[in-house]
Design a protein around this ligand. Structure first.
Ligand code: MG
Ligand code: MG
Length: 256
């Protein structure tokens, strides 16, 4: 069932979204050569704690997971696509890092992710990340009243494929509200004009995932969480929590 949120609920979700935005900004600022993924998790924990927010990631255990998630961010490096567990790994020059973070504030969830490079960036990574952001923007642009879920999916997939990138099947965006993961699923590829019609008050986490090689294959790492590309090529991920409103899409996790 898809829950429609009132204007007041969307305003409350914006506050949760802004905690996520601040945590991501802080984690990105702290990320540098030699900094560990666990240290970035600490940075995000501090932002959530100061805001009085809880983490929907910490202790999360979906059906596929062998263990509860142990952190407040996912930190996915290079060939990791999403769901990377923060470890003692220290960032190296030229790494491509995706950080995903969520917050629960006042009973509402926010969910957002950014990808960026550490140290000297490879031009191929810069292009991959820019395309992820463009795909996200295209998906957000399609999140308008009267459109359908398939229009968002098609907008995302078209940007990724036109740039020659792979799109991992089976993982994508989702509805969000009181819980981080709600209906409907928001795939990263699809046919325009298909699927659920978008109505005012729907709130969606839109999150393209791109594989540099153009191949779609991925697998689960031995930790049971991290999704990695099959061919070892790099991946990027970008995500915002977006409300569908009469005035157009409203990005609740916008970073200012
Ligand atoms: Mg996320
Ligand atoms: Mg999400």
């Amino acid at each position: 069932m898809v829950e429609l949120k009132t204007k007041a609920s969307i305003d409350a979700m914006y506050e949760a979204g802004q905690v996520v935005a601040r945590a991501l900004t802080a984690a990105r600022k702290a990320a540098d050569v030699g900094v560990s993924l666990l240290e970035l998790d600490e940075v995000a924990r501090d932002v959530l704690r100061e805001a009085g927010a809880d983490s929907p990631f910490l202790g999360y255990r979906p059906a596929f997971a062998p263990t509860p998630f142990p952190a407040v961010i996912c930190a996915s490096v290079n060939d990791a696509i999403v769901h990377g567990i923060p470890t003692r790994y220290r960032l190296r020059d030229g790494d491509l890092l995706s950080v995903d973070c969520g917050a629960l504030l006042g009973g509402w969830a926010g969910d957002s992710a950014i990808s960026f490079t550490v140290g000297r960036a490879r031009p191929a990574d810069v292009r991959l990340i820019e395309t992820a952001e463009r795909a996200l923007a295209a998906g957000i642009g399609a999140a308008t009243v009267g459109n359908r879920i398939g229009d968002i999916a098609h907008a995302i997939g078209a940007v990724c494929r036109a740039a020659g990138y792979g799109v991992p099947d089976g993982f994508g965006g989702h509805g969000i509200g009181r819980h981080m993961h709600e209906d409907p699923p928001v795939p990263n590829e699809g046919r325009p004009g298909r699927g659920l019609r978008l109505r005012p008050g729907m709130v969606l986490a839109i999150e393209p995932m791109l594989i540099a090689s153009g191949k779609d294959g991925y697998h689960e790492a031995p930790d049971g969480w991290t999704l990695k590309t099959n061919d070892g090529s790099r991946a990027a991920h970008a995500e915002h929590t977006v409300a569908v409103t009469e005035e157009g899409p409203r990005v609740l996790t916008e970073r200012r």
